[in-house]
Ligand binder design. Structure first.
Ligand code: M6R
Length: 366
């Protein structure tokens, strides 16, 4: 049932082109410029009038929430806060009637997320769910929702759930932005077209697999890794580090690239591999200067770059290319090489990739 792959995780990484298109198929009509999502359409006024969006989630789903924060604030101009469900639920949070809560959960069974939803509901917020498992507890507890149509995710390390969560959240943001008039009609059409091109581009990103395997082999014995990104790709850095930690047991940290000089730069020496997401657009020049800072401290640089990039290639020890897309969709592509890198390292270290120690697929206890 692994479809010829050695592990579910690898199968699920490779399923992403179809999982992403399954998530938007039936919901968008690109030629006509239409996004149809029942959960959104039926609650449009509530969503459009939201003074604030509060995202609650755990783990990888929380990272998808962070990406959504950047997307919503940029496209829809509604302030967004992203909360760990476990912190939110015990904090006596300030919640208003005109707040919209978005709860993100692959399994739809995460205990902390569930408790946070119940609290938000008690305090009068409208709660919208983004779940993968149809009919799951969270999908039933929320007022409305949209499923990610990723199909079953078996590997404990979340992969296709993450990219499909970002896909659904992008659709929601686009729909609201179009209605609110916070983006132009021509941008709206262009963004939809670009979204439709993502699955093909994910396929191209997957073609770097053999190259990534060589990089994995070089760094598999490292004791620590740093992952850096800015803007939309800061959460991707966090996600890349989480993936490596959970399946290879190598200590890894994700950081906003500019925060490095406020502490973590002290860690950098010739033993430290630093994965830097340095795609064109998205503060590219700033990231290039961050790369120079790492290089002058002899860190080993693995750059995730846009096809044809020359500048980072000249500085980094390795580069992995991804196709170009619009900035807010880059996380859907930059995530792919990071998933593959952690997968190959874990396999080379002979770890149990699909069922890492101490972890469960859904965390139903707090
Ligand atoms: O099912 P959920 O999305 O609610 O799960 C949340 C986290 O437990 C989950 O994303 C976890 O962090 C993954 N193992 C990460 O790969």
């Amino acid at each position: 049932e692994k479809g010829g792959y050695d592990h579910f995780m690898l199968k699920e990484i490779y399923e992403q082109p179809s999982a992403i298109s399954d998530t938007y198929r039936g919901r968008i009509r690109v030629a006509e410029g239409i996004i149809k999502m029942a959960g959104i359409d039926d609650n449009l006024a509530k969503l459009l009038n939201a003074k604030r969006i509060i995202v609650i989630a755990c783990g990888t789903s929380w990272h998808a929430g962070l990406v959504a924060e950047y997307i919503f604030e940029e496209l829809v101009r509604i302030p967004v806060e992203v909360e760990y469900a476990s912190e939110f639920r015990y904090r006596n949070p300030v919640i208003h009637q005109d707040d919209v809560v978005i709860a993100i959960s692959q399994s739809g069974e995460t205990a902390d997320t569930m408790a946070a939803i119940k609290l938000a509901k008690e305090r009068g917020a409208f709660v919208f769910g983004v779940c993968n498992v149809v009919g799951s507890s969270i999908s039933r507890e929320t007022h409305a929702g949209a499923y990610t149509h990723a199909g079953p995710e078996i590997g404990v390390a979340s992969t296709k759930a993450f990219t499909t969560q970002i896909t659904v959240l992008s659709l929601i943001a686009l729909k609201l932005a179009e209605r609110k008039g916070t983006i132009s009609n021509s941008d709206f059409h262009y963004y939809l077209q670009e979204l439709e091109r993502v699955p093909e581009k994910v396929k191209i990103a997957l073609e770097s697999n053999e190259h990534i395997k060589l990089i994995a082999d070089k760094y598999k014995d490292a004791k620590n890794f740093l992952y850096l990104g800015r803007g939309y790709n800061f959460p991707v850095a966090l996600e890349g580090a989480l993936k490596l930690k959970e399946i290879s047991y190598i200590h890894a940290e994700g950081y906003p690239a500019a925060e490095m000089k406020h502490g973590p730069i002290a860690l950098i020496d010739e033993q430290m591999p630093v994965v830097v997401i340095a795609t064109k657009k998205g503060h590219y020049d700033k990231v290039v200067s961050n790369i120079q800072e790492i290089k002058s401290r002899k860190g080993k640089i693995i750059g995730i770059v846009t096809e044809g990039d020359e500048t980072v290639k000249g500085l980094a020890d390795h580069v992995i290319e991804i196709p170009e897309t619009i900035e807010f969709l880059t996380p859907l592509l930059t995530t792919i090489p990071l998933q593959l890198l952690s997968y190959h390292i874990a396999v080379m270290l002979d770890k149990n990739v699909d069922q890492p120690r101490n972890l469960a697929k859904s965390v139903t206890v707090e």
